[in-house]
Design a protein around this ligand. Structure first.
Ligand SMILES: [Zn+2]
Length: 213
């Protein structure tokens, strides 16, 4: 076999692998079947593809040596009620995958409602935007403000170890406890102080994964 023929065989093989790997998601853009719900913001599709809900963070469930957070299981249960064993439609924006290789998506029910938004509105998840923002940031933030004002779900219980103030980073859109080393690293121009956790969340800031304010 000549080099050229070899190369084209190789190309066909590579393209086929890529196609097979992405086929579940090709179908997914129309509708995909949710086989399993892992927690309040992660699901597994029929063929094993993991999908992480974009723009939100639900309270943690216990994982390895980490204890869970209040409402972690409730958020999981609510997510199950909404999507498990159902067909949903996935919509992506410019950030397609997270650092673990999971698909990042907004998940829509057949009736047109967005699951990410429902969970935030019911106080079962916090909004959490990346530095690039989110295609649905206005909608998600409006839902979060509504949940905070109505005291729903996570907003109905006092924060764990409340602080006299919180430190936000305008660049990363994350906020921290005053003692958090990640909070201390930022430049002064990016620093913003919030009196309470809900003040930070109303402005679209997301809790630091390390200090969990
Ligand atoms: Zn922190």
């Amino acid at each position: 076999m000549g080099t050229r023929a070899g190369l084209s065989v190789m190309t066909v093989v590579l393209v086929s692998i890529w196609f097979l790997a992405s086929i579940e998601f090709c179908f997914a853009e129309k509708s995909v079947f949710v086989r399993h719900v892992i927690d309040g913001d992660t699901i597994v599709l029929k063929k094993g593809t993991k999908v992480r809900y974009r723009g939100i963070n639900s309270p943690e469930i216990p994982h390895k040596d980490k204890t869970g957070e209040p409402l972690g299981w409730e958020a999981t249960k609510r997510n199950k009620q909404l999507v498990q064993g159902r067909l949903v439609r996935l919509v992506q924006d410019d950030e397609k995958r997270d650092r673990f290789g999971r698909l990042l998506a907004y998940v829509f029910l057949p009736d047109g409602r967005m699951v990410n938004e429902i969970l935030v509105r019911e106080g079962m998840a916090f909004v959490c935007f990346s530095e690039k923002g989110s295609s649905f940031s206005k909608r998600l933030l409006a839902a979060q403000r509504e949940a905070i004002d109505a005291g729903r779900g996570i907003w109905s219980i006092p924060p764990v170890r409340p602080e006299p103030y919180y430190v936000g980073n305008r660049k990363t859109l994350r906020f921290h406890r005053p003692s958090c080393p990640y909070g201390k690293k930022m430049s002064k121009s990016n620093r913003v102080i919030f009196k309470s956790r809900s003040d930070a969340c109303k402005e679209g800031f997301c809790r630091c994964k390390k200090c969990l304010p």
